[in-house]
Write a protein that binds this ligand. Structure first.
Ligand SMILES: [Zn+2]
Length: 439
């Protein structure tokens, strides 16, 4: 049996008009935040798998429309509320919000749910096996434009759903490690004897392999409502020839955690600082299991998911204290002068947004681009909070921020970054400074 028979079944599921959880029950847009001091959290999720063939995002050389679904895509929401303030984390099984889509989708959610701009963390797990998002009037495929419009409505509904379900909650933080991601800047010597950096596997450079886990528990019965996790790797094990829709490493880890723990727990994933981190391996062509599941993303997602489950089961200390606070700014990072080709490539990027928040002792740093692993580690280390969860591809798509040192070696990320070598240090400092305003 080929992969396609599994995929064909998937296409018989409800389409673009499918209901978004219980979102339709909350038709009013007015949801004033409560003013008392109890910490509340609401959790929701919904399917966002396209039902029509679409172009997939992440590889310029990949042409053609998707040919089915390996594993479904979802959006997952955890909405915190305390003392009249909110912090809403939205994880989507998408590459991120390029081509101006972050602004448009964020505005729709902010308007409908009456959130402050800094209260929304709209994020993508950076799977390269999900639809290219595109707005009307762009040159994108009509199915992608239709999908993006539908997605926007669905994300509004699922955020409204999460906010509407908020009940008293307690949270706990845990930390583990996973070998799933590896530094991808492999040094090779070309025919002329010159060293080049290519996208490969570089086990000599240590990466921050922390698996950060936030457990959200319902105060009334102690049940887990959400297990949120962040881990630094690209979700790209399916590679640049893949035309099958998948959440890849992060998406499969989310599904593993949700199925393993059961009880309706929602497990939103976030991509940590993974600009120079790839999954340990990519697909070997033609090696597929009989039931249609491709082994590499399933293996890597399971490995990551098992660590999330293990860490979450060890979290004992739960806290019901706030405060909930947020702040946001657009960071003016120093920019290169781009040639025409670079300008075209950079046309899908947005200004670099930095969003920070805290729920009690746990801080969140949302970076609107893809930053090198070392930058995420530096922000965690310098943060004034005991626990700082670093999330990339959040509230915009500002492109690569490599470390200063990596500019000497070159390579793909350095070449395509719109920024100068000093951007990394500035971004780290701005993130820490903004975190300090939350104290
Ligand atoms: Zn990337």
């Amino acid at each position: 049996m080929s992969a396609m028979s599994f995929l064909d079944n998937r296409f018989s599921l409800p389409g673009f008009a499918a209901l978004c959880g219980a979102g339709v029950l909350f038709l009013t847009t007015a949801m004033p935040a409560r003013a008392d001091d109890a910490l509340r959290a609401g959790v929701a999720s919904c399917d966002i798998t396209p039902t029509k063939p679409v172009t997939l995002s992440g590889y310029g050389s990949r042409k053609g429309l998707s040919q089915g679904v390996h594993d479904p895509l979802s959006a997952r929401v955890v909405a915190f509320e305390q003392g009249g303030k909110r912090l809403v984390l939205v994880s989507t099984d998408l590459i991120g919000f390029y081509s101006g889509t972050a602004e448009v989708v964020r505005k729709a959610i902010l308007d409908e749910c009456r959130l402050e701009p800094s209260e929304l963390f709209l994020c993508g797990i950076h799977t390269h096996s999900a639809p290219t998002l595109a707005l009307a009037g762009s040159e994108a495929h009509a199915n992608n434009i239709e999908y993006t419009e539908w997605l926007k409505r669905r994300l509004v509904a699922v955020v409204r759903d999460g906010l509407g379900r908020a009940t008293r909650a307690r949270i706990g933080f845990g930390s583990g490690a996973s070998p799933v991601g590896i530094n991808r800047r492999q040094a090779v010597v070309d025919k002329a004897g010159k060293q080049q950096i290519r996208l490969g596997r570089n086990p000599d450079t240590l990466t921050d392999r922390e698996v950060q886990v936030l457990k959200v528990v319902r105060a009334e019965n102690g049940d887990s409502a959400a297990i949120l996790f962040a881990y630094a790797t690209h979700s790209t094990s399916l590679g640049g020839k893949n035309l099958i829709i998948s959440g890849d490493v992060h998406g499969l880890a989310e599904q593993f955690v949700e199925r393993h723990l059961g009880g309706g727990v929602v497990a939103p994933a976030f991509a940590g600082a993974s600009g120079n981190v790839d999954p340990w391996c990519r697909v070997l062509p033609e090696f597929k299991t009989a039931n249609g599941w491709i082994p590499e993303p399933v293996l890597l997602g399971t490995l990551l998911g098992e660590e999330v489950v293990d860490v979450s089961s060890g979290i004992q200390k739960l806290d019901a204290n706030g405060p909930v606070r947020t702040a946001m700014k657009t960071v003016d990072l120093p920019r290169k002068t781009l040639d025409e080709a670079q300008k075209k490539a950079a046309s899908i990027l947005s200004p670099f947004n930095l969003t920070v928040g805290r729920v009690g002792d746990v801080a969140f740093v949302g970076l609107g681009g893809e930053v090198f692993n070392e930058i995420g580690k530096a922000i965690k280390t310098a943060s004034p909070f005991p626990h700082t969860i670093v999330i990339t591809h959040c509230n915009g798509a500002g492109g690569y921020v490599p470390t200063k040192q990596s500019y000497d070696d070159g390579g793909y990320e350095v070449k395509t970054s719109p920024y100068l070598p000093t951007a990394a240090e500035q971004l780290t400092q701005e993130a820490v400074r903004l975190l300090q305003t939350l104290k």
